[in-house]
Design a protein around this ligand. Structure first.
Ligand SMILES: Nc1ncnc2c1ncn2[C@@H]1O[C@H](COP(=O)(O)OP(=O)(O)O)[C@@H](O)[C@H]1O
Ligand SMILES: [Mg+2]
Length: 245
């Protein structure tokens, strides 16, 4: 379980998050919505202990991560599979090496085991034929799939974190990535997607947390979201009627 308890965070003098509280169970399918610059990526970084809050507690599986050492944080991070914004890959490595990178780094697998595991991961994300391709040869959707495969290689995650997983993708690829996100969460492993794209958010999540001016102005299910009498949310919801499907 991830608990944010009255979390405050600022970059310099600029307050980004103001008194944010929520609890998320590992089997939940959550989207954190908000405009660009609202602090969505910041929340993921806080969960991973990459940055520390100015005030408040961040409790993961009952343990406050704020005073953990870098070594302890590494262990805590293994609970999550994380796909960063744009799913950055190493340009100079082919798909296989991009996915194998973490296996080489963190495990003692033989070359043959690595090969098998990479194949398996690429099969899971639906691009087993792309092993030898270089990142520049991949379409946007394939690129994102490799990033997801690579995040799966890192560990046996309890939960998935995705930062803007569909940004920059055409609608068909965005739809496919949404489907993959749902497929991967089928055995009770939940996810947190942060995005500004409500059209994709609504397809994958059953809980929505809405950030505005550094605060959570909404936390509820789909029905509550669609009927929320909050002007900032209604602007977002309008996008749904413009994108029927
Ligand atoms: N390392 C940093 N130093 C200073 N400001 C930053 C840094 N990272 C992000 N910011 C600013 O903090 C705000 C929140 O950033 P971010 O969490 O990336 O927003 P989002 O992911 O919602 O677009 C943005 O205005 C951004 O410009
Ligand atoms: Mg961001």
């Amino acid at each position: 379980m991830i608990v944010f308890d009255k979390v405050w965070f600022s970059y310099g003098t600029r307050e980004i998050l103001k008194d944010i509280s929520f609890s998320i169970n590992p089997d939940e399918r959550v989207v954190i919505l908000g405009e660009s610059g609202e602090g969505k990526t910041t929340i993921l970084k806080l969960i991973l202990g990459l940055i520390r809050p100015d005030a408040g507690k961040i409790i993961i599986d009952g343990e406050d991560i704020i005073n953990k050492t870098e070594h302890e944080l590494r262990e805590a991070r293994m609970k999550f599979s994380i796909v960063f914004q744009e799913g950055a890959l190493f340009d100079s490595l082919n798909v296989k090496e991009n996915v194998a990178f973490c296996l080489r780094e963190y495990s003692k697998m033989s070359e043959e085991e690595i090969d098998q595991r990479v194949r398996e991961l690429l099969r899971i994300v639906g691009i087993e034929n792309a092993m030898e391709l270089m990142p520049e040869e991949l379409s946007g959707g394939m690129h994102r799939r490799v990033a997801i495969a690579r995040s799966l290689a890192a560990c046996e995650p309890k939960m998935f974190l995705y930062d803007e997983p569909t940004s920059g993708l055409d609608p068909v690829n965005a739809e496919n990535i949404c489907r993959l996100i749902l497929d991967l969460s089928k055995n009770g492993k939940g996810f947190i997607v942060v995005t500004h794209k409500i059209y994709d958010a609504i397809k994958v999540a059953n809980r929505f947390i809405f950030l505005k001016d550094g605060m959570t102005i909404f936390d509820g299910d789909r029905d509550e979201l669609v009927h929320a009498a909050i002007p900032d949310i209604q602007i977002f919801i309008k996008e749904l009627s413009l994108n029927p499907g």
